[in-house]
Design a protein around this ligand. Structure first.
Ligand SMILES: [Zn+2]
Length: 111
């Protein structure tokens, strides 16, 4: 589906008009921050769970268990954080008013 682009008032054409995706950048940054936070939360909770697991299972050891748990927790946290970040970015993208710019005369057009 091709999106409808408004025409440039100066050039009288939409041939050079491109969409400025400001919201997408905001969403990506927000998503990255959320992902990093979740990864850290996953790291700490994973390490704790791993340490408990390591002390229960004979031969595994608390330190080894904590390491395994931390890695697993970080990956899980990162993945869930990315998913949340993407959803947040998409929501911002849908709500923010889209702006356009003419690449021929570089004038900004409100969508
Ligand atoms: Zn123009």
């Amino acid at each position: 589906m091709r999106e409808i682009v408004p025409a440039c008032p100066k050039c009288k054409s939409n041939k050079y008009v491109v969409r400025i995706r400001t919201a997408e950048k905001v969403g990506t940054v927000a998503g990255g921050a959320v992902g990093a936070g979740s990864a850290y939360a996953g790291f700490t909770s994973g390490a704790k769970a791993g340490a408990v697991l390591g002390s229960i299972i004979p031969g595994l050891g608390t330190v080894a268990g904590a390491g395994i748990g931390a890695i697993g927790g970080t990956i899980m946290g990162f993945l869930s954080g990315c998913a949340v970040g993407n959803a947040v970015g998409e929501r911002i993208d849908a709500n923010i008013r889209i702006k356009y710019r003419c690449t021929n005369c570089s004038s900004k057009i409100q969508g």
